[in-house]
Design a binder for this molecule. Sequence first.
Ligand SMILES: [Zn+2]
Length: 466
Amino acid sequence: MKATTTPMIGAELAKVFGHIERHQDAFVSRLLDYLKHPSISSDNIGMDEVAQLLVSMLKRMGFETRTIPTSGYPMVLGRWQHAPGAPTVLLYGHYDVQPADPLEAWISPPFEPAIRDGRVYARGAGDNKGQHFAQILAIESHLAVHGRLPCNVLFLLEGEEEIGSPHIADFVKANRDLLRSDLVVTADGPMHESGSPIITYGVRGVVSFELRARAANRDVHSGNLGGLVPNPIWTLVHLLATMKNADGQITIEGFDDDVSAPTDLERAAAARLPHDVEEVKRALGLTRLDSPSDRSVADRIMFHPTLTINGFHGGYGGPGLKTIVPHEAFVKCDARLVERQAPDDILRKIEAHVKKHAPEVEFVGLESTPPSRTPVDAPFSEIVQSAVRTAHRVEPLIYPSLGATLPDYAFTKILGTPSFVVPYANADEANHAPNENIRIDCFLKGVRTGAALLDGLGRSVWPKGL
Ligand SMILES: [Zn+2]
């Protein structure tokens, strides 16, 4: 963790930090109260109650607040727009949590929050109630000290993140005007395991598809009819071999056309990330990494697409042997996409490739989500970095992209707004698992980060008209 010299804190923010320090015990006990309310989206438990709880919390701070229905659970949208001329930040979070199973593995019950060893344990402590509650307290602290906020704030809280955010993109499309803002900041996920704060600027996209090969109308004897009846497993093996070669290069025509090379800034930020390849190999029992071998970890995870066979099914796999020519075989694949690759275009290219090389194979496109990338030097990037630096007194790690997929494109591509993910939870928050927790010091640093962000935005000379 690289220590940094304490940034200069203006008098106004210093007063807010003082307020946070004086009220930290009360803030933690209010977090415990909030965490008592279950809101499990996959089981429809407590969803309306927690949405209404948030409405009342935001209204109490003077936010113009309402729930907006979707065909699933409602969005909670709050607005404080009394800082004319200052930028508007959209703070995104989610009020739903994962189911608590297996209950017997919890040391204290998931919805009876408990403090042990400087941590709050409860379902939702880290993912995501503790994090958006920290944002709420940051706002409340500014209002308590100054009677106003330094910038305009929109709060968007989703109730379906834990079930894959099925309605966020359509919601953003239908409510562009309501959501108009200058930047989006999401406090979610864990910080780096070294304890360093991180800021994430993007995610990879994903497309999933299935290939189905069929030949005879039933399995046949591999002696009597072998050599006569085509084998659908071989058909898929040959087809797959035309899609990615032994050197690890994806050979689907046009697949890489829109892959944009990382900028110098992205490359430099990625090179500073502490990736320990030997530790990854040791932890996973690997003797080598995937081909091509000449790529850095960041290159592999952030800047290159992948083509992955998720599963291959067909024929006989039971004990002993069974000398058949199977009559059908199936493959499920996904491809992780990087910036500028468009899922529809990629699916079309894969389908055309299948038609050309194995016309008898059926191609079925499944789910897809576009990638998202906010440039490291995007407007407001420095303010977000400076807020993290001010609250943590260390330099944040900059992730140009995550390897995984989140629907961040709803903000960057549909809304056209730079989007930054600033996690507040500790790396061992055990999100989605028993004994989920947030360290109290991380939670309070989150409140300070939120406060410093609002302060930084208020004093920014911002690029109007972008
Ligand atoms: Zn989650």
